[in-house]
Design a protein around this ligand. Structure first.
Ligand code: 6PG
Length: 243
């Protein structure tokens, strides 16, 4: 885990880790397969990656973009994670459309989940567990959700699937999300979270009893992937061991 001063520093740290993972993947395998997250911290990191400072830091033509989750709305909707990534990252870096693999939030959620699983199987190298992404970016909500694995239902339910449609009762929305199986098969996972609204759940996730139905982000403490937590001081405030 790394703790940085504030949200600004967090966005920079995320951008730097993405560049580092990208360079390593390209050096080792000639390409970098990255899954993006929605939310405010990733958004700030994407905007940074598209600036002159970072643009030249990676061979972006060798990067292919996937998504960790999506809201079930059309791609032009203000809620769409794809739209956010397009506006903050893809447009600024002139990423070709054929290097972006989005979840089809405009389609029936179950069907879109199945279609995306087929995309992952077709496009990514497969280990014995599941198709392997080089890096999955994630956030964590104040309720302990990650990707679109929300509290109240078993994050491992349907985990033979790679991608799952979920209905988030408290928000009254449908989402599409990678399952723990996909998250666990990635070479690396980067979880970034900021702000005092996350402090309590971060402490519960990392230091409390293992209750993944209550705090789905806890699955990240038990997956095979190399997981890095990047948090700001406010989010780390309730941690006893790492503050
Ligand atoms: C989304 C997400 C979600 C997000 C968390 C944290 O589509 O909203 O992928 O899991 O990462 O809700 O969001 P913030 O960084 O905005 O707090």
């Amino acid at each position: 885990m790394a703790v940085v001063d504030d949200e600004r520093a967090l966005a920079r740290a995320v951008a730097e880790r993405v560049i580092g993972a990208g360079r390593a993947a390209i050096a080792a395998r000639g390409r970098f397969e990255l899954a993006l997250a929605g939310g405010s911290t990733p958004k700030a990191a994407y905007a940074l990656l598209a600036t002159a400072e970072f643009r030249g830091a990676l061979d972006w033509k060798r990067v292919r973009f996937f998504f960790g989750d999506e809201r079930c709305v059309p791609p032009a909707d203000a809620q769409s994670n794809y739209r956010m990534a397009k506006e903050t990252l893809f447009d600024g870096l002139s990423i070709a459309a054929d290097r972006v693999f989005r979840m089809r939030g405009e389609d029936d959620p179950e069907r879109a989940a199945g279609v995306y699983a087929a995309v992952l199987l077709r496009e990514l190298p497969e280990t014995n567990v599941a198709p392997t992404l080089d890096l999955i970016m994630l956030g964590m909500g104040p309720d302990g959700h990650t990707a679109s694995l929300f509290p109240g239902s078993d994050p491992f339910a349907g985990d033979e699937l790679l991608v799952r449609a979920v209905y988030v009762e408290k928000l009254g929305v449908h989402r599409i999300t990678l399952t723990p199986r996909m998250l666990g098969a990635a070479r690396a996972v980067l979880v970034a979270t900021a702000g005092d609204a996350k402090a309590e759940s971060l402490a519960a996730v990392l230091e409390g009893p293992y209750e993944p139905v209550r705090f789905p982000s806890q699955i990240l403490t038990r997956v095979q992937s190399q997981v890095t937590w990047l948090v700001d001081r406010a989010a780390a405030a309730r941690l006893t061991s790492r503050a």
